[in-house]
Design a protein around this ligand. Sequence first.
Ligand code: ATP
Ligand code: MG
Length: 178
Amino acid sequence: MTDSRKGLILINTGPGKGKTTAAMGTALRAVGNGMKVLMLQFLKGSWHYGELDAVAGFGQNFVIRQMGRGFVKIGGAETDPEDVRLVEAAWEEARAAIGSGEWDMVILDEINYAIGYGMLDPARVAEALRGKPELVHVVLTGRNAHPTLVELADTVTEMREVKHAYQKGILAQRGIEY
Ligand code: ATP
Ligand code: MG
């Protein structure tokens, strides 16, 4: 019998809400199939998200690690070298995790922002994805996914914003935003 299993590259992008939470839904599905999932969160760090506590119950089958500080200076401001250093460390860990054989699925949450802010070279990410072990699934999230990575991915979903509570002045809600 031929084995039809194949590791996929997925991207959740676009301006609408749901990129990270959809990745966590995919992770939950994988864990339920006996797979081991690692989510590395680029840039995130200062907020305490409910999922961190929920996932603790899965032990080593579903691990979420925050690799940033939770805020990044962008726009006109100079990029803080500390943030660049944290992105670099996150990327090194991501690359190692993908190739380690330890994880069936590696989720690179918010990595598209790190690339978009010029803190990580998309060519390096593309190279690692091309060379990934056959069966490992990799999920990338964040707005404005780089065209090179979109091209490389198997499944790309763009979240479209129809409306968001924030526009009515409703602040981030527990259980919805964090
Ligand atoms: P979520 O983590 O809820 O799945 P996301 O990953 O799609 O959201 P990000 O771009 O990572 O969104 O932004 C993270 C935060 O910004 C979340 O708190 C999210 O609710 C909020 N957010 C996402 N989309 C919008 C939007 N269109 N307007 C305002 N806030 C948003
Ligand atoms: Mg997100």
